[in-house]
Design a binder for this molecule. Sequence first.
Ligand code: NAP
Length: 262
Amino acid sequence: MELDLSARTALVCGSTQGIGKACARQLAAQGAHIILMARDEEKLKEEVLELNAINGLRNDYLVADFSDYKSVKEAVELYLQSRNAIHILVNNNGGPPAGKITDATPEAFFSAFTQHLICNQVITQAVVEGMINSNYGRVINIISTSVKAPLHGLGVSNTIRASVANWAKTLANEVGKYGITVNNVLPGATKTGRLEQIIRNKAERTSQSLTDVEGEMLQEIPLDRFALPEEIANAVGFLASPAAAYITGINLPVDGGRTASL
Ligand SMILES: NC(=O)c1ccc[n+]([C@@H]2O[C@H](COP(=O)([O-])OP(=O)(O)OC[C@H]3O[C@@H](n4cnc5c(N)ncnc54)[C@H](OP(=O)(O)O)[C@@H]3O)[C@@H](O)[C@H]2O)c1
């Protein structure tokens, strides 16, 4: 099975911690040159050094805030003016705040739509020509299992994730003829800062202990544990590889069996 990504460049968004960071390290381990993108420049610098040690290359980073899609677009376009193509794009960043849909403001929907859908769109538009010219392209979107079944208490997130999944399927249909694949990875509960925050919020809201909240969440997971970020990254590493060339337009849950549908 061909998993080698030497001579490929991957742009990994939201990659200073959590799932994005694990994806960047996995793709680097497969030989790819990595461009990290997130807001915290100090963390980006530190992570580039880690990646350099993994793949022996001089990896790069871009500082950008996904709440401002124009600056994200500019950062990627500027980078591409002086560099070769980006062959692998991992669309990922921080999830929208939790809350009931009946409490959600219009601003919360606009902001999540910009951060998750419009940013995916402008980055993809910037990199797609290079993918076509290189005859190699992988767009991998980190979304959520809420694409298949809405999650309790994540009103804005559930809504926006569905739009990202349909955006991805539409894109897959358009660019497949160039050998570009577009797939969605749907993490279940994964041990990152985001999960800790969700558990803390629920404990405060319901006056339960952290252990009780965790216990309730684990009851819904057949594999009876939370995912490690590296386990989500393994799926991304495979989808990014030549071995996955005939897989496109799918939603791949990596959720320990939690989603109660096929
Ligand atoms: N963890 C889970 O259990 C779980 C489950 C299902 C789905 N997901 C989804 O998977 C994605 C990643 O989750 P995670 O748990 O890895 O999250 P995380 O630990 O909070 O990490 C988020 C990453 O995105 C970056 N980021 C956040 N807001 C940004 C912004 N406005 N502009 C640019 N970068 C930004 C952060 O870096 P900076 O702060 O440096 O910008 C960080 O590197 C999210 O969409 C999340 O909702 C997570």
